[in-house]
Design a protein around this ligand. Sequence first.
Ligand SMILES: *Cc1c(COP(=O)(O)O)cnc(C)c1O
Length: 437
Amino acid sequence: MGTRLLSTGRRRQGPPDRASADPAFPRRDGVLRCGDVSLEALAHEYSTPLYVYNGDRILERFHAVRGAFAPIDLLIAYSVKANPNLAVLRLLGEAGAGADIVSGGELYRTLRAGIDPERVVFAGVGKTRDEMRYALEQGIMAFHVESAQELAALGEVARGVGVIAPVAVRVNPDVHSPTHEFTRTGHASAKFGVSPDEAVLLYAAIVEHPGLSPVGVDVHIGSQIREPGPFLAALDVVLGVADRVRRACGADLRYADLGGGFGIADGEAGALDIHALAEGVADRLEGRSLSLVLEPGRFLVGDAGALLARVLYVKRSGGKTFVITDAGMTELIRPSHYGGVHAISLVCDGDKGAVERVDIVGPVCEQGDFLARDRRLPVPPPGALLCVRQAGAYGFTMASNYNSRPRPAEVLVHGGHATLARRREEYGDLVRGEHDD
Ligand SMILES: *Cc1c(COP(=O)(O)O)cnc(C)c1O
């Protein structure tokens, strides 16, 4: 990892202006900043498109979750897929986070970042036997099993390795969560988890199996959920499963994992009230000997990240105004894939033109390549810098090389210092692994 330092520029002059009370990217003296570091200075130093993460904000969010659930015995297993950069993993790991992983590759990153495997839980409907073996050899905390066939495979692999696999069954609670259909996972027809009745049967099989041991019960109902209700309804279902398992097989589960999916404020709506959620969870866990696992991803890193894009051209055609930037769906696919709404603003006040309704689009050869549509924005001149907010989660991690576009650099700003967390890809990176002889 590079450790290039950047001067933090002027110290804070006045309070941030009210129009952008963004805790991670405040505006001061007419320029958006990450902490005290000017985003224009970062774009100048590292070029664009550029991902910028505010490490102080990530830690603030981590401690906010910790604080809200304070009296409860809690493991915060950060959901690695939201932002798997090693610098982010290291920051959270050092603060005490474990990890929620969905692949062998994520386990590899987690270990590289120094996170204790005993704090790692492994979810996903399609774990391969190789991935199971790797995770068993590393001694992870638990496998979150999602089907009977997966459970059987895990039992065989565990016996082959000569260890006992710690297991929690992922329950599909059949609750409806008001979020995009692609980020909804807790309804009966989703591919995730098993019904409560099937879960009880799987626990009976786990108890009988010499290579398996029941340790917890798991649920994850989706992403960007802004109400406590669906989480609490899901918790009621998994606690019911835990009770039935104790009665039916005498097994005492150690933890309940409520998953992630805690909604953040974005260009569309407000955040989940985690204090209200924590209260409901505490009520339900009272008098039980279960500890709690939470798997927040977006909630910890989403609003701590921004994508910086440079305006290339402004084009008026077909009655529309297109602001064409050097970033598009290859850097941030959420707008076109999930209908994700990101607040977008000009980094420098001086670049503001008359407000118009514009489409902010990228250079990729797809009509679905956009960052925002029909957005009111002061039309910027070519060369202006745009800040696309709430891009810390499901941003770079979903970036692609489509159109043979090198993936952007990532910078972590922490304690007033900017560090290159991943260098920009070069053309040579595009053909790495291909044979051209
Ligand atoms: C994606 C995922 C999460 C995290 O979701 P966020 O919306 O980022 O909090 C947690 N647990 C599981 C099993 C997931 O698949």
